[in-house]
Ligand binder design. Structure first.
Ligand code: SF4
Length: 274
């Protein structure tokens, strides 16, 4: 299927604005490779757009656009220190990320960092020493993205309940140590929120082809915003079933409630009553 066009993304942003949405995360792939979408987002001054970027496509044109459209906030993905980042993402990536951060800082542009949190790096990436390096480079926002496994082999990397608790406590300590820093976790504290906030309960995800999905980590879709718009997507049979049947309220052991219930989700998508 074709990716959404510039006009289709513009329509999505405008409809979202009319519904009172003030925060849309742009993620990829690499969102900076869809420059038309970045320009369309830049026009929507009432919506804040964190742009989750790998940080390796930033040049003077990017900096100029970010300077002109302050509602666009780059959030650079970093995995930890140089060794960990380069091991995961390729040699030289860490230095390019640091150069991009320095370029943003020199121009006084607001930016953040996004860090995938696993059982293996949770202590390092929440340490004051690691955060000091980011804050000293001008980083004002950190988003901890909890690793969500989509295979059995990767399950051991998903933070457990105890590690999620640790993350929340560590974030609070970081906020106190670095008062100018905004620290968030995604999907966040699902227990405090009374369950998962996907499928339009707090947010949902639109993929590059327009498919409306409950969550970026849960790639199931039965409608397309190209056909039904944002309002229509929020009333999709899948979303309504997930909202109405208490499926998202259930407690789960790390990872993702919808991944654990993928058989049930597939039955809903097949039109079975559950
Ligand atoms: S769908 Fe899964 S990963 Fe997404 S918010 Fe719900 S539980 Fe978390």
């Amino acid at each position: 299927m074709k990716q959404l066009t510039t006009e289709e993304w513009t329509n999505v942003f405008k409809e979202a604005e009319s519904l009172g949405v003030s925060f849309i995360m742009l993620a990829g792939g690499e969102p900076l490779l869809r420059w038309d979408v970045i320009e369309a987002a830049g026009q929507m001054k009432n919506i804040l757009f964190p742009i989750f970027t790998n940080g390796t496509y930033m040049d003077d044109t990017t900096f100029a656009q970010l300077d002109k459209c302050r509602n666009l906030i780059p959030v650079l993905s970093i995995e930890g220190d140089k060794e960990i980042t380069d091991n995961r993402r390729g040699a030289g990536v860490y230095d390019r990320l640091i150069a991009a951060m320095d370029g943003l800082h020199e121009r006084n542009l607001l930016f953040g960092a996004s860090i995938t949190v696993t059982t293996e790096n949770i202590r390092e990436v929440t340490s004051p020493a690691f955060m000091e390096k980011l804050v000293s480079r001008g980083c004002k926002l950190v988003i901890y993205v909890e690793f969500v496994p989509v295979t059995e082999e990767a399950k051991h990397l998903a933070p457990s309940d105890a590690e999620r608790e640790y993350l929340l406590t560590a974030m609070q300590a970081l906020r106190e140590a670095f008062p100018e820093l905004v620290a968030l976790a995604f999907p966040g504290d699902e227990k405090a929120d009374e369950g998962c906030m996907a499928a339009g309960r707090g947010f949902f995800h639109i993929n590059s082809h327009g498919g409306a999905e409950p969550c970026p980590f849960s790639p199931y879709s039965d409608v397309n915003v190209r056909d039904l718009g944002v309002r229509g997507a929020l009333k999709s049979p899948l979303f309504l079933a997930l909202q109405d049947k208490g499926i998202l309220d259930d407690d789960h052991v790390g990872g993702c409630v919808l991944y654990e219930k993928r058989d049930l989700v597939e039955r809903i998508l097949a039109g079975e009553s559950v």
